[in-house]
Design a protein around this ligand. Sequence first.
Ligand code: SF4
Ligand code: FES
Length: 336
Amino acid sequence: MPKITIDNIEIEVPDGTTILQAARMIGERNSADRHVVPPTMCYYSKLQGSGGYCRTCLVKVTKGSERDPRPMPKPVASCRTNVMDGMVVENAINAEVRDVRAGVTEFLLINHPLDCPICDQAGECHLQDLGYEHGVSQSRYQFERRTFDPVDIGETIKLHMTRCILCYRCVKVAEQITDGRVHGVINRGDVAEISTYIEQAIDNDFSGNMIDVCPVGALTDRTFRFSSRVWFTKPMDAHRDCKQCSGKAAIWLKGQEVLRVTGRKDQWGEVEEFICNECRFEKKQLSDWTVEGPRNIDRHSVISQGHYVIEPKQKVLDHPSPNVPELARLKPAKKP
Ligand code: SF4
Ligand code: FES
């Protein structure tokens, strides 16, 4: 099994592992080492062929392998580069990597509007995180920006093409999860855009997953839009008997009102299991769900700033619904 060292941390990985997957294995082994994991805007482990579009995961290979120790001349996309035995990689500790990541962020923000104050994705937007870490307060871009009117694609999804960074994740979802892709990227270069074929609406049982995989606010849930900022809602793990999907979801509550339903996302911001549109868009009553308990949002975003912790023996709801188990009271934790 090849050994790789990323930011001075060594790990042995199976053949065929990419640098990004090896970095995630280090992060999963010890959460204190998660700084070695490059950010990703287009790679999604559950979607085949994803990755290679956005360049945010660039890293520096300072030693190619034991057999050929020469460094790679340019930063490489970690989601598309396989590990070789003896490889040495630098991510967070390398100044050049930080510099190129800032450059990529600047490119991604060329056409992306800074409308976070009115965007539903704010608080769970990967571009917002990237901009916060690597962005600059001013743009050097002097040409006219691309603008588009928002479009309803289907009854439940709104497309803000102005915010799209062309990561292709939604296209892969449509290709691999739904039973008939009716949208894709048309045109190329600076006129490329997501579009439905011949104005066809997206209308199939798993199309809502496109909203979950979109790293920015380009695809939003029309049943939730403008209902609340996500950091004012309480995410709960909940499940229901569903014939189409596992029925395991995260429900986002305001009081006892279910404002939205999403897939459960893991520490890398990827859904654990794709959910169907019935669960996502039609089950908006608390009584539709069996609530398992508060969801830990494992992200350095504003959502986790609530730091909800569980205090046993206290009920969270004054008038619990019959299918809500004894929940612990949610209370903001003391700031570290
Ligand atoms: S709409 Fe979202 S998921 Fe689709 S390509 Fe654009 S940024 Fe990616
Ligand atoms: S995550 Fe690697 S190129 Fe986008």
